[in-house]
Design a binder for this molecule. Structure first.
Ligand code: 13P
Length: 257
């Protein structure tokens, strides 16, 4: 299965000019690797997810990567001040939407019912949906049950036919932006567990074919470790995706350069 690397810029950078510069640098990095005829290929799919206001301009720069959005609203139009609909995103060239990121579940108090609505509406409009799941604390809670519950509620009633457009990002909250990362053996077990839950929701084929990514303090040094874990199909990268050098290292890991 091809690997997927998603750059989640979160609330960065500060200006459009800086976002354009970063996008150009990332494209340069990708061009460098393609010119070696190694990374281009069907081996990896790169997705850049800038903040909403920068989508259009960043999208104009991207050639070797696809455009992603960090969120999407469930309604198409109406009295929802500040919301951004799937059709609006599609008209900007967005192909991937991240949904249910733990930061949004936290500061925006997003509920599973809302996340379910977002998934439903984004899938119906043809997006690839990247659903983020992950526990707060491995020691204090039944983390497997927690992740299972997120998957069951967020995918409630989602028809099986959409499974080709679904991607899961396992992002343990304790590993996000902390420098702490999950152990390979724990990641392997969690990915297998997630696939078992996907089996219950969408059936056997989907359980094997839905890509499962890892996210949480990924950088150029450790990317390899996660990518080598059986069943891991890529990475969701935060902080390190804002640094072209780091990103180059990560892309190299996935491309085997
Ligand atoms: P960091 O890579 O900065 O830990 O963030 C991970 C993340 O939340 C990506 O969505």
């Amino acid at each position: 299965m091809r690997k997927i690397i998603i750059a989640n810029w979160k609330l960065n950078p500060a200006t459009l000019a800086a976002a354009q510069l970063l996008a150009r640098r990332i494209e340069k990095v990708l061009a460098l690797i393609s010119s070696k005829r190694l990374g281009r290929s069907k081996k990896a799919e790169m997705v850049i997810a800038p903040p909403f206001p920068f989508l259009l301009e960043v999208g104009r720069i991207l050639r070797r990567s696809s455009l992603g959005a960090q969120d999407v609203f469930w309604e198409e139009k109406g009295a929802y001040t500040g919301a951004v609909s799937p059709l609006m995103l599609r008209s900007l060239g967005v192909r991937y939407v991240i949904v249910g990121h733990s930061e949004r579940r936290d500061f925006a108090h997003e509920t599973d019912a809302e996340i379910n609505g977002k998934i439903r509406s984004a899938l119906a409009k043809g997006f690839f949906v990247v659903l983020c799941v992950g526990e707060k604390d491995r020691k204090k809670e039944n983390f497997e049950r927690f992740v299972k519950q997120e998957l069951l509620l967020d995918f409630q009633g989602i028809p099986k036919k959409y499974s080709k457009k679904i991607i899961i990002a396992y992002e343990p909250i304790w590993a996000i932006g902390t420098g702490k990362t999950v152990r390979s053996s724990d990641l392997y077990e969690m990915v297998m567990y997630i696939r078992r839950v996907l089996f219950d929701i969408f059936g056997k084929k989907a359980a094997h074919s839905i890509p499962v990514l890892y996210g949480g303090s990924v950088n150029a040094k450790n990317a390899n470790i996660f990518l080598e874990v059986d069943g891991v199909n890529g990475l969701l990268v935060g902080g390190a995706s804002l640094d072209p050098e780091e990103f180059l290292g990560i892309v190299k890991s996935v491309s085997g350069v």
